[in-house]
Design a protein around this ligand. Structure first.
Ligand SMILES: C[S@@+](CC[C@H](N)C(=O)[O-])C[C@H]1O[C@@H](n2cnc3c(N)ncnc32)[C@H](O)[C@@H]1O
Length: 283
């Protein structure tokens, strides 16, 4: 019963730190706003999925792409995947970019921990099993595919048809995360955006640190790759957000694909005039 009120209570608490006019505009957006405005005011329950899918699709559209993929690694009972799928459906209609949603999970819950790097003090073998796979598949919208696989043993990129614009990683362990990231090393750059957004779920508890868990996997990925780098996006993102205290911002990263065509060509063709910076004192 109490959990029924948890979302509205948390929503109100999270808004107390903002000026009243922002709270007022946020209420107006909640009641009457477009998707863009609802994302601006964090008016979706799982705001990081809404932002990630929208921003990924927006970037893709800017590049002239017609279709993208967004991914949830670690599905459990599908709370996040379902939210991602519902937001993707609305965003697809709004931006006119086709969005394929993929969810990957073993269905068995957490695999065997492999030492301290997997944070066995927080996560344990068998946690978070998928309880009713068929029912979950039944309730997922048509834009979404649930792929059952052990991510440590299998290549998840085989099912990709369109560039990956947003990835949510919620597999808790170092060993599962490094296995996922490994396949980003050799993935053809046409199957990525020049900067693909990544949400890292398991990085903000007191025990999380760059020597264990998802953060260690990112450190090792970066050390092993010269032209693909995963970098914290929270500082840049916070500077652009009206509701800059939202905790999800701290989880946002980007995969910078330095070998992407877009990152290796001048943005302006030589026959276009150069940009001029004005200075009124020179007039
Ligand atoms: C915390 S749960 C995910 C919660 C989910 N994102 C949600 O919104 O409720 C972590 C999930 O990661 C999955 N997982 C962890 N390591 C995996 C691996 N190597 N292969 C496949 N699934 C894995 C587990 O089965 C578990 O369901």
């Amino acid at each position: 019963m109490l959990s029924k009120f948890r979302y509205p209570v948390n929503l109100i608490k999270s808004r107390l730190s903002y000026p009243l006019h922002v709270d007022f505009l946020s209420c107006v957006s909640f009641l009457f706003g477009s998707i863009k405005s609802r994302i601006k005011y964090d008016n979706y329950r799982l705001a990081h999925y809404a932002y990630g899918v929208y921003e990924g699709a927006r970037r893709a559209k800017e590049l002239g792409l017609k279709e993208i993929t967004v991914i949830e690694f670690g599905v459990a009972n599908g709370r996040g995947l379902l939210a991602m799928a519902l937001y993707a459906d609305k965003i697809e209609k709004d931006l006119g970019v086709k969005i394929n949603v993929l969810g990957y999970d073993s269905g068995e819950g957490m695999p065997q921990t492999a030492g301290y790097k997997d944070h066995p003090e927080i996560y344990a073998t068998g946690d978070f099993p998928m309880q009713d796979r068929n029912k979950l598949i039944y309730i997922l919208p048509k834009n979404t595919e649930l792929i059952i696989m052990d991510l440590i043993k299998s290549d998840w990129t085989a099912s990709l048809k369109a560039p990956v614009a947003f990835i949510s990683i919620d597999v808790d362990y170092y060993s599962s995360t490094i296995a996922i990231l490994h396949y980003l090393t050799a993935l053809n750059s046409t199957l990525l955006l020049p900067n693909t957004l990544i949400y890292l779920d398991d990085i903000m508890m007191a025990n999380h640190n760059p020597y264990q868990g998802e953060l260690l996997a990112v450190e090792e990925f970066n050390a092993a790759n010269n032209l693909r780098k995963i970098v914290d996006f929270s500082k840049v993102l916070r500077s652009t957000r009206l509701l800059a205290n939202a905790p999800w911002i701290n989880h946002m990263y980007q995969l910078h694909v330095l070998d992407h065509k877009v990152r290796n060509e001048e943005y302006r063709s030589p026959d276009e005039p150069p940009h001029i910076l004005s200075n009124k004192y020179l007039k």
